[in-house]
Write a protein of this length. Structure first.
Length: 220
């Protein structure tokens, strides 16, 4: 059984409280654990930023409550282009992307420079009628995939050009029917995420709320 999950990358320290109590060093002798607890304590957000892997800061968009999302969207507004008419409302999508889990094991995470607009690359897996290996951009490193006889195979992470690889090794397989069902779900969740962002922007009386929410959410 597989699961696809929409995520965005959140650095908790970007949304820090004005006053917070530092965790005690004696309670967290492991420096990594201490840092994670510190970021959790400092953040105004009420969401788990280490759900998929410690330090990844990837968060399931469905678990972000309205208050936290409003804080995140307000911070993102500082990146929106409001001055140039031809780029009015433009902003890069949230960093992150799709997480793929199989039998509760995380097999694919978004990589560096990946964002939630990359959902269109997951859609291309279904649209691709070839049985040859192809590249799926999720950031770098990326992965290769191929479809054959109702099964989709994925490679391990790579930064190689598909044309330079002679023998791609399969890391895992999934049923195409399962993949299609999960893809429909993440499309729905991401559209709902866009609508939530739009509602927040409208309440803030931000012009071009629909356009900005489409850019932020990575889905038109």
């Amino acid at each position: 059984m597989i699961e696809l999950i929409n995520t965005i990358e959140i650095n908790p320290l970007k949304y820090s409280k004005e006053d917070f109590k530092l965790p005690q060093l004696a309670d967290y002798p492991d420096p990594e654990e201490l840092f994670l607890k510190w970021t959790e304590t400092a953040s105004r957000l009420t969401t788990n930023c280490n759900e998929f892997r410690k330090g990844s800061h990837l968060v399931n968009i469905r678990t972000i409550d309205d208050e936290s999302l409003q804080i995140i969207v307000a911070a993102k507004l500082t990146e929106v282009e409001f001055d140039a008419p031809e780029e009015m409302g433009f902003v890069l999508s949230f960093d992150g992307g799709i997480v793929l889990k199989k039998e509760d094991e995380v097999l694919i995470l978004p990589s560096c420079c990946g964002d939630i607009e990359n959902i269109e690359n997951w859609e291309k897996v279904i649209d691709n009628r070839s049985s040859e290996w192809a590249e799926m951009w999720i950031g770098h490193p990326w992965v290769f995939y191929k479809r054959e006889k109702g099964v989709i195979s994925f490679s391990d992470y790579t930064e190689a050009n598909i044309n330079d690889v002679k023998d791609v090794k399969i890391k895992f397989d999934i049923e195409e029917s399962e993949f299609k069902d999960e893809l429909d779900k993440v499309m729905y969740h991401q559209t709902h995420f866009k609508n939530r962002i739009s509602d927040i922007l409208k309440k803030m009386n931000i012009d071009n709320a629909e356009r900005i929410s489409a850019f932020m959410s990575g889905i038109k």
